[in-house]
Design a protein around this ligand. Structure first.
Ligand SMILES: [Fe+2]
Length: 243
């Protein structure tokens, strides 16, 4: 019986979250087609150089979250789309300074400077600079607040995937047990009751609240955490072997 419950719990944690695809597609359709084409052709391919936690799938996910979170705010969707599409582009160059490097890439982009006014460009680059969860100050504008909130992992499996990929990328010969232990320790540091990412809520986000409750539960139940991490570890390794 206990095993059955454990298996159900594992299954629940691995399920995808569901977005209101209809509303999100409507927003996507409203993005200026010239802007969209430019970004799809010139910016998004660079995400193939990033680690798995910051790849194109991540951008797709942050876009859906950003559009969902922007409901009720007076937002220019072209600007929000641009912020999301540029925010992690320089991860492969330097993870530690990626927010500055990505913001600079936007700041120096000829197309963007022709498309947006200089005021709008300032808002976009500030938002990209301010998006990191470890930021010491509150994002300076609403785009930064939405981007930073949208960028947060709100699914346990996504956190596991990102943390495990990060470990393997940093140390390709790392043992599975060490990799999972590091991911667990980092989860405590970031999302534990005193974690640096838990008090920073800039805008209302029911998905993040739910995620934190799940993480606290898993931190308390390390066996279950390890079970889930083992599954995700195998998926990450499979992806690496197949690419
Ligand atoms: Fe991101």
């Amino acid at each position: 019986m206990k095993e059955l419950n454990d298996n159900n719990e594992v299954k629940n944690f691995l399920e995808d979250i569901k977005f209101d695809e209809f509303s999100i597609n409507k927003k996507m359709d409203n993005i200026n087609s010239r802007l969209k084409k430019y970004i799809e052709k010139n910016i998004l391919p660079e995400y193939n150089l990033n680690d798995k936690g910051h790849d194109l799938k991540h951008i797709e996910y942050v876009l859906k979250r950003a559009f969902e979170l922007s409901k009720g705010y007076d937002i220019n969707d072209d600007m929000l789309y641009t912020c999301v599409c540029f925010h992690d582009v320089a991860c492969h160059v330097n993870r530690e300074k990626h927010e500055i490097l990505s913001a600079n890439k936007a700041k120096n982009d000829k197309f963007l400077n022709e498309y947006f006014s200089s005021e709008k460009m300032n808002v976009i680059t500030e938002a990209i600079e301010d998006h990191r969860a470890s930021l010491e100050y509150i994002p300076r504008n609403i785009y930064g607040k939405i981007l930073s909130t949208a960028d947060r992992k709100v699914e346990v499996k996504e956190y596991l995937k990102a943390s495990i990929s990060f470990e393997i990328n940093n140390k390709p010969n790392i043992l599975k047990s060490e990799c999972i232990e590091n991911s667990y320790e980092f989860a405590i540091k970031k999302f534990g009751k005193n974690g640096y990412a838990i008090s920073k809520t800039y805008i209302e986000d029911f998905r993040y609240k739910n995620f934190l409750e799940n993480m606290w539960y898993l931190i308390e139940n390390k066996n279950l955490y390890t079970k889930l991490a083992n599954i995700i570890y195998e998926q990450v390794i499979d992806t690496i072997c197949n690419t």
